[in-house]
Design a protein around this ligand. Structure first.
Ligand code: FBP
Length: 546
């Protein structure tokens, strides 16, 4: 693979490890744990992996050197730093015993079931150090949930003499990792399963996980792009830019980018839901800011929109819930219908209130909501053009106000969607170090006989030396939620907290940002230079850990 000069220099970067992982490791165990909700049900579903203690790695004196082969899987959407998790895992198992082998299952969890794998040797690993992307072994969204899959996976696990599988994924994939760990433990197969917190969305976090990897790099990449747009916008002073940002449900990415770049408007889905706002109210809010700025002679601005917005507008959320159940129950007969017939079918089967909401949606949006869900039952929100929907409706509202005699100035909109642009960016120093430490922790969890744990690294706003590595039982983060029409044990998704410091900081400033032009241009991620620039965490993490 031909590398750019920057890539070649970056390959030489040696990620920094927390003190607890730098040499031989000792395990410090905490008290037994409980799930965050529905304790009795979760305990019943996970009798072998429930209640285990938290684990922290502290410097020890004797390295555990038993022989262990390990399998690794990348699951779900790409996130910067995934390769460094694998590099950290590789280096750590080789340090424990040079005969240990690492196998990568290809194209996601499906690779385990289909026995599609490759051994990850030093020359492969060296190619991918500190690089973005998941292309070392590929990723996929196959859901590992059925016994046949677990048993099929076991065949290749036995064949390769694998002691443990590491699943690098988001909340859904780690939930499945826990189900797999429980299954292998219940059957006494002696195969351990360890999870790793990945997702640019930033919604896999809680008291134990400070941040999911990839969020840092992805938001800094979007921050750079939004900053560039803001500067262009402030130079030409003739466009309103509507930027949709990835993040499936949670608005963490949009909020972080707002804190970095100070755009005129940023919509936060969680607030829309909490205030029970209608689509029309959102539009009026944006249009009012446009009209206000027009009066000041500023016919330009930047609006950030989280990609999950549509699901959080309460009336549309209720519609989606019913559609999810409807599609899950009637999937097969519905799938073969033509688009028009599908629409009729849906209108005929929905409750009156939801049918009314469905009928009022622009056709393209209604169509997207009626399409097949991803394997985890989610609406594919990244395919809905919310940025266009919002700007079209703002334009219509301004035209209505103009007819009533209100001054609304000139309105010309440009649309952007930032999502895929950030998922494979070369990891920032934070993500390069964090991921390498997560991979190293995963290796130590395996070496110390743990299963059903997620590798974690805490105290991440301190210097890397002071980070604290360890593991958290996955069952501790679970509760029961309705998925595809059924109650399921799942890791609780972290949405933006309206009483949290990042959101409060945004609320303190947003009126000023809407009226004035307070743009900040963060510029590109820096790998070399002053630590205050290169090792800076996200605003979200800094405010949360303040
Ligand atoms: P994960 O939760 O698997 O990390 O994926 C996150 C994400 O990037 C979302 O932000 C986005 O909505 C979705 O993946 C897009 O999915 P796909 O890559 O399948 O188009």
């Amino acid at each position: 693979m031909k590398k750019s000069r920057l890539q070649r220099e970056r390959a030489e970067y040696r990620p920094k490890l927390p003190k607890g992982l730098q040499g031989a490791v000792k395990v410090k165990e905490g008290e037994p744990t409980q799930s965050v909700g529905d304790q009795e049900e979760i305990k019943k579903l996970f009798p072998n992996t429930y209640g285990m203690p938290l684990v922290e790695f502290v410097p020890g004196d004797k390295a555990n050197s038993g022989k262990m082969n390990v399998g690794v899987i990348l699951s779900g959407g790409q996130a910067p730093g995934g390769h460094n998790v694998i590099c950290g895992l590789f280096d750590a198992i080789k340090r424990l015993n040079p005969d240990n082998r690492l196998y990568g299952f290809l194209m996601g969890p499906g690779g385990l079931v289909d026995h599609d794998y490759k051994e990850l040797t030093a020359d492969i690993i060296d190619e991918y150090r500190n690089t973005g992307g998941f292309d070392m072994i590929g990723s996929g969204r196959t859901k590992l949930e059925k016994e046949e899959q677990f048993e099929k996976g076991l065949e290749v696990i036995r064949q390769l003499d694998i002691k443990a599988i590491v699943i690098i994924g988001g909340d859904d994939s780690n939930t499945n990792a826990c189900v797999l760990a429980e299954y292998y433990a219940a059957k006494n197969y002696g195969v351990q399963v360890i999870g790793c917190p990945k997702t640019i969305d930033g919604d896999l976090k809680n008291d134990q996980i400070e941040t999911s990897f990839g969020f840092d790099t992805a938001t800094k990449t979007y921050g750079e792009l939004i900053g560039n747009i803001e500067r262009d916008c402030n130079s030409a002073r003739k466009y309103w830019h509507f930027v949709k940002l990835m993040g499936r449900s949670a608005s963490h990415i949009a909020l972080e980018c707002a804190l970095q770049c100070q755009p005129n408007i940023c919509i936060i889905s969680e607030e829309v839901e909490a205030k029970d706002m209608t689509l029309n109210q959102i539009i009026e809010q944006v249009a009012s800011a446009v009209a206000y700025r027009a009066e000041q002679g500023k016919n330009f601005g930047v609006v950030l929109i989280p990609e999950g917005l549509i699901e959080f507008i309460p009336a549309i959320g209720r519609l989606i819930d019913e559609l999810n159940d409807l599609l899950a129950a009637h999937g097969a007969e519905y799938k073969d219908l033509e688009a028009d017939a599908q629409r009729e079918y849906i209108l005929a089967h929905l409750s009156a209130a939801n049918a009314e909401t469905f009928a009022t949606l622009p056709e393209g949006v209604a169509r997207q909501l009626s399409l097949e869900r991803d394997p985890h039952g989610n609406v594919q929100v990244s395919l809905i053009e919310t940025e266009k929907l919002v700007s079209d409706m703002v334009e219509a509202k301004l035209a209505e106000w103009a007819k009533e005699g209100k001054y609304v100035g000139k309105f010309a909109a440009i649309h952007h969607f930032f999502g895929y642009e950030g998922r494979c960016a070369a990891p920032s120093n934070f993500d390069a170090d964090y991921c390498y430490a997560l991979g190293t922790s995963a290796a130590q969890l395996i070496a110390n006989g743990k299963t059903g744990y997620m590798a974690v690294v805490k105290n991440t706003t301190a210097t890397t030396d002071e980070w604290k590595a360890g593991g958290v039982p996955i069952t501790m983060m679970m509760n029961m939620e309705r998925r595809n029409g059924e109650m399921k044990p799942v890791i609780r998704k972290a949405l933006v907290e309206l009483d949290g410091k990042p959101f409060k900081k945004f609320v303190e400033k947003r009126d000023e940002w809407a009226k004035e032009t307070c743009f900040v241009y963060p510029g590109p991620i820096q790998y070399w230079g002053p630590s205050s620039v290169c090792d800076r965490t996200t605003r979200t993490l800094a405010l949360e850990q303040e």
